[in-house]
Design a protein. Structure first.
Ligand SMILES: [Zn+2]
Ligand SMILES: [Zn+2]
Length: 144
């Protein structure tokens, strides 16, 4: 099942936000369209710069929208080795991880998650709402 085409991801994101009672403001739509189109993790500052070409948009707006999207489960965070956070729009059942180049910040998807057993252990320890963030870091072919 391919849930990662830009239009499907956008439709899914809009449907989830609507269901949760969020209004679709024009900056919000522009942010989601950009993220669906780019289909890779983006820094808040890059989102602002691109959206601002057509819509008034400041960093606070981007962060506010990312909070709502993270809450709704339609955006996944991706963390660089230096702690910088990137945001990526994800489709339904689209959970994945990344290998990130520590020199040029290029990111590639790893469509595999091996965290189930770890989450089971966490659950057996009495934790609920268990989630995880895991990225791999390396040096890409272009930077070697
Ligand atoms: Zn690189
Ligand atoms: Zn995972």
């Amino acid at each position: 099942m391919n849930c990662s085409s830009p239009s499907k991801k956008l439709d899914y994101a809009l449907a989830v936000l609507k269901e949760r009672g969020h209004r679709l403001t024009s900056p919000r739509r522009a942010i989601l369209e950009l993220m669906a189109e780019e289909s890779r993790p983006l820094a808040a500052e890059d989102i602002r710069k691109q959206v601002e070409r057509q819509n008034p948009c400041d960093l606070a707006t981007v962060y506010r929208n990312m909070d709502a999207c993270l809450d709704a489960g339609i955006v996944q965070k991706c963390m660089l080795e230096n702690g910088k956070i990137l945001f990526e729009l994800v489709g339904e059942h689209d959970h994945h991880h990344h290998i990130i180049c520590r020199k040029c910040e290029r990111t590639e998807r790893i469509n595999l998650c091996l965290a189930d057993e770890m989450e089971e252990i966490a659950t057996s320890l009495g934790f609920t709402e268990v989630d995880h963030v895991m990225e791999l870091y390396g040096v890409c072919g272009d930077c070697r």
